[in-house]
Design a protein around this ligand. Structure first.
Ligand code: PAF
Length: 276
């Protein structure tokens, strides 16, 4: 496995490849990321994984400084998976000048997580556009755990006519159902036990929707109250359409239930797709 940090060296190396699949990450890799890698390997022999903690997508009071950086352990896992190339640029490699040209994401990026993390999706879209321009893969794989991120990236790729297929991968979960996330390691043992309650709460909404309940506002409100009563600080619980991430039109059958909430100092997100 080759570990490359400069943009020029990566471009030169990839000149030899005619088919590339790409998995962008911020490192601290877990089974969820390795699953994305395995999906990428179904699309191309040459899989590039980027590891870069992108400062543009973190707010001033967020965890950019303490985000776990575990490059050696990450590379060991990727080598064991048969990844061809790791792209691990420094901040100076990727942002040699202040990044004044940015991607303005679609209006949906102001809602849900975007309402609580101003500028987050601009930072995500900008770095993903740069990485896609550098790697020029035929396929790039993103997890559905970051449902809104996947939506924003699909919109960017479609509306900017980018020649790449975006593959969405199902969320990998621990045996108790907690969605795998690098941020789970911030949880204390007691918080880790409680963390599953968000997925269970979304599961309750799914059950109600399946039973024909269409009072979305009431279901969202009930879920928020349940989480608050368990000590969560809730950003939102929302039932949206899968296609546009907007409030569902009457008769909409493909829904997604999304939530973001804080347990202690850790902000967790999760979602469940529901097809009625
Ligand atoms: O999902 C992530 O890990 C990041 O948001 C991404 C897509 C690698 C961009 O920094």
């Amino acid at each position: 496995m080759e570990i490359i940090s400069s943009v020029a060296a990566l471009r030169q190396r990839l000149g030899r490849e005619n088919s590339v699949a790409f998995v962008p990450t911020m490192g601290n890799l877990h089974e969820g990321h390795l699953d994305l890698v395995r999906i990428a390997q179904q699309h191309a022999k040459c899989v590039v994984v980027s590891i870069f903690v992108n400062p543009l997508q973190f707010g001033a009071n967020e965890d950019f400084g303490k985000y776990p950086r575990t490059l050696q352990a990450d590379c060991d896992k990727l080598a064991a998976c048969g990844v061809a190339i790791v792209f691990a640029p420094s901040e100076a490699d990727l942002y040699p000048q202040p990044q004044q040209v940015t991607v303005e994401p679609p209006p949906i990026a102001q809602e849900l997580c975007g309402a609580f993390r101003p500028g987050h999706f601009r930072g995500v879209a900008t770095v993903v556009l740069k990485l896609l321009n550098i790697v020029q893969p035929q396929v790039a794989v993103f997890g559905k755990k970051d449902y809104q991120q996947l939506h924003v990236i699909r919109q960017m790729v479609t509306q900017l006519n980018m020649p790449v297929t975006i593959a969405g991968a199902e969320t990998l979960r621990a045996t108790d159902g907690l969605a795998l996330s690098s941020r789970n390691q911030y949880l204390t043992p007691a918080e880790r036990t409680e963390a599953i309650f968000m997925y269970q709460t979304l599961g309750e909404i799914r059950k109600s929707l399946g039973g024909g309940n269409k009072d979305y506002a009431l279901l969202e409100d009930k879920a928020v109250k349940a989480l608050v009563s368990h000590g969560w600080q809730v950003d939102y619980v929302a039932i949206r359409s899968q296609t546009a991430l907007l409030e569902p039109e009457a008769g909409e059958r493909n829904l997604v239930i999304l939530a973001a909430a804080r347990l202690g100092k850790t902000r967790l997100i999760d979602n469940i797709e529901v097809c009625l």
